[in-house]
Design a protein around this ligand. Structure first.
Ligand code: ADP
Ligand code: ASP
Ligand code: MG
Length: 470
């Protein structure tokens, strides 16, 4: 069987973990499977690189030097723990040092110019995966596997130039990935591919958005016709809620692609929201597994699943969002107001995550990503104020979205009332409600500090921690 295995940041956080991965891959290869490994940056490194890019722009010279040392020490330590053979280790140490030299040069360049563009930021962020992939490659070589490492671009992934959240150009990507990786697989090699990073057709480095290594795995899986994609993470698959918020959360054994997508979009970090796109119409099976508990519970994602009526499957929490409120008595009965709002946001490339309009029509509320709040409010004010229809546009950034997900909720009356009664019982004020047309989820907005309690209330109400099979 052909399997793409993706290892997240926590899976490659230490040398010991990387050794664990090498053993997992090695035993799969010995069972006759063809494996393509996709690797994230070591845990916390992408955050460090974001900080470095921002500090360079602010001309903080001391920080760059210290960061260079810190990254060198961490990667050398992890490589030293993961690779036992001294000549392989030497090769990897040299790669790490050369890669970090390149990073220091680009950061110094930004420091002098004092300007950080989305394009140069993507280039800086690419270093996390460019540093972790050689270590896994070294560890695989060390356990006797025939292997090589490539960047996403070298593997053939081509995207548009929407830096920070680039979109793969699937037709050309599929052709190139096949052309480049198929011969390696035929030779019995295990290619190690950097997650998250790709390039435009002109070879300019791009990234696929935070958490994008999952996306890399499915892009490669679709291109290579892999039977299965295994997303290795630090918890037992996709669960009824984030186990860090609800300790009694249980693994969901099976979910449809659409349900998983809904969960991912609304905050279940264990899966990137766009990761299912490349395989949505295929029969590829996705497994989400725990690297620390490889034989424990896992989630299997399939195209279709038979949902039981009335089933609420999970409750998720989406942070880093902002609430935009557009109000004015003049909006009542004035056609086209909502269309204008969407047009302005669309032109500014601001994605709307949730919409609701009051029954009085005197207000429209929207949820967008928090880092876009100022841009959105400014753009809306510029375009809409002064026309008499809209009186006020405000933004609030201390909110979060709670989503209750499950295909079985369709056509089952009474679920919403149970959700809101459970939340109200805890004295939590609901700021906004929306139900997507898919009816796969009911979402509502509460103050950020009320988020965990609201999640726990819903989890308890539907006894999600007690369910053993769905
Ligand atoms: P990785 O580095 O493997 O990509 P992430 O941090 O992106 O890992 O995602 C895994 C984390 O997602 C878990 O540690 C967990 O806290 C969080 N998470 C949030 N919601 C869920 C959920 N419903 N099921 C499982 N994990 C969840
Ligand atoms: N390293 C990237 C991130 O932290 C991609 C990933 O881990 O999936 O967002
Ligand atoms: Mg992730």
């Amino acid at each position: 069987m052909r399997i793409v295995m993706k290892f997240g940041g926590t899976s490659v956080a230490t040398g010991e973990n990387i050794r664990r991965i090498a053993d997992i891959i090695s035993s799969s290869v010995s069972k006759g499977h063809q494996i393509i490994a996709v690797v994230s940056a070591l845990d916390g490194i992408t955050e460090k690189l974001i900080e470095a890019a921002e500090r360079a722009e602010k001309r903080d010279k001391g920080f760059i030097h210290n960061l260079g040392q810190e990254l060198l020490n961490r990667h050398l330590r992890v490589a030293g723990e993961a690779i036992f053979n001294s000549s392989i280790l030497k090769e990897i140490q040299l790669t790490i040092a050369a890669t970090l030299e390149e990073l220091e040069k680009i950061l110094t360049g930004i420091l002098y110019v004092g300007e950080l563009t989305p394009r140069s930021k993507d280039y800086i962020l690419s270093f996390g995966e460019r540093l972790s992939a050689p270590i896994l490659y070294g560890a695989l070589k060390d356990v006797g596997l025939n292997t090589c490492f490539l960047t996403g671009a070298e593997a053939g992934i081509v995207t548009d130039d929407n830096f920070g959240e680039a979109n793969p150009l699937m037709n050309v990507t599929k052709l190139q990935v096949k052309e480049r990786l198929e011969p390696l697989l035929q030779k019995g090699m295990v290619p190690v591919v950097t997650g998250f990073i790709a390039a435009t057709q002109d070879g300019i480095t791009t990234t696929l958005g935070r958490g994008g290594s999952d996306y890399t795995a499915t892009i490669l899986g679709a291109a290579l016709g892999a039977e299965e994609i295994w997303i290795w993470t630090d918890v037992d698959g996709l669960m009824t809620s984030d186990p860090k918020i609800v300790p009694s959360a249980k693994t969901l054994p099976e979910l449809s692609f659409r349900e998983a997508l809904e969960m991912a979009v609304f905050g279940a970090k264990a899966m990137h929201p766009r990761a299912l796109e490349p395989i949505m119409d295929s029969n590829t099976i996705v497994r989400i597994k725990n690297i620390f508990n490889p034989n424990g519970p896992e989630t299997v994602l399939v195209k279709e699943t038979k949902a039981k009526p009335g089933t609420v499957k999970a409750v998720t929490l989406l942070k880093d969002v902002a609430l935009i409120n557009i109000s004015g008595a003049g909006m009542v009965g004035a056609p086209g107001t909502a269309a204008k709002v969407f047009e302005v946001l669309g032109k500014n490339k601001i994605n709307i995550l949730m919409i609701s309009q009051g029954a009085s029509e005197a207000n429209i509320s929207l949820i967008i990503r928090r880092n876009l709040m100022e841009k959105a409010v400014n753009a809306l004010e510029l375009a809409l104020l002064g026309g008499g229809l809209i009186r006020e546009i405000t933004g609030e950034d201390d909110v979060c979205v709670i989503s209750v997900v499950g295909a079985g909720m369709r056509n089952t009356p009474g679920i919403a009332s149970r959700v809101f009664t459970a939340v109200a019982r805890r004295g939590i004020n609901v700021r906004m409600i929306a139900q997507g047309s898919s009816e796969l989820n009911i979402s509502f907005v509460v103050k950020e500090s009320d988020g965990p309690a609201a999640v726990q209330a819903v989890h308890e109400e539907f006894k999600l921690g007690e369910v053993s099979s769905f």
